[in-house]
Design a protein around this ligand. Sequence first.
Ligand SMILES: NC(=O)c1ccc[n+]([C@@H]2O[C@H](COP(=O)([O-])OP(=O)(O)OC[C@H]3O[C@@H](n4cnc5c(N)ncnc54)[C@H](OP(=O)(O)O)[C@@H]3O)[C@@H](O)[C@H]2O)c1
Length: 316
Amino acid sequence: MTGDGPSAMAWREQDPMNKSPFGATGLEVTPLGIGATGSVEVITLLLDQGINLVDTAQCYGEHELFLGRTIAHRRDEFILVSKCGHHDVLPDGSMRSRAIGMDDIDQALELLKTDHLDVMLLHSYDQDLLIKGEAVEVLLKARQAGKIRFAGYSGDNESAAIAAAMDGLDVIETSINLADQHNIDDALPIAQRYGAGVIAKRPVANAAWGWLDQPDESFKKNKVAPYVRRLRAMNLDAIIPDMVDSPESWIALAVRFNLSVSGLHTSIISTSDPGHARLNLDIAAQGPLPDSVYEAIRQAFRSAASNSDEPWKGEN
Ligand SMILES: NC(=O)c1ccc[n+]([C@@H]2O[C@H](COP(=O)([O-])OP(=O)(O)OC[C@H]3O[C@@H](n4cnc5c(N)ncnc54)[C@H](OP(=O)(O)O)[C@@H]3O)[C@@H](O)[C@H]2O)c1
């Protein structure tokens, strides 16, 4: 499998809210999932429409607690994904993944008011510690105890590819969007080979198109900065002008781009705006992009990446 091309997604053209197999997990997911948001209205609206995957993490402020208070009563309607082991900042200012223990899992269960998580991910875990395997062992013990159904990894590039092939890890969450395509070529083919479920984080490129006409100073400290630079260099204006001529056309392009990526199972768009959530559903109902448009965006990325001084890797 190349991990490329929308042709394998024919079922979604018939009904884009249909669930599809989540890798070899035996679970089924909708093509859009629910990224971390503090809006009960957004989460309720999306669950009411049948969206069935909710993403959170130990380090997202009090987000697990919030979800436990607001949607635990609907627990049988969604696949619940959390993450643990995010970086600690050491006294010298460097960052290092934290060793995890069963108490991390127990805390998530308590906050989320559930007796099991569907997926627990190692959160941007340092590659050497991932390979060492102690954290994976903890997740596997939690699995044996029935506290989680599947273990996985959230991160990018070589680490995501390694995780996708690792025994005991069944899910990866990795950055995939029209301005972040490295993981499509590197991690996705491996995930497909090993049957890993794949979740796209940062799926609409943090709406980077909103910054394209802004001075560099205004976004240079924002996490969106690499995406703004990449979209400028990809120059989609010249290639598919009608599809990038307004904020509405940009978001449609971004959502449909991810629907077109073969081997990607769900995209956890984050929004705090119910209008945006409704729009994203309407866009998803249009299905994947035409092959020619998808290929043009893939080619624009490859070509601009090869001319860039900085590596266009997956952004964490
Ligand atoms: N290391 C990790 O594990 C990691 C890292 C990053 C993200 N994540 C996960 O991935 C999720 C999504 O990532 P993300 O929030 O960074 O990126 P994202 O979903 O690509 O972008 C979110 C941005 O898109 C905007 N947006 C959404 N729908 C829109 C619409 N219809 N029109 C205009 N703007 C729209 C949102 O603004 P509005 O609120 O105004 O709609 C928000 O600013 C997170 O919530 C988190 O669960 C995980």
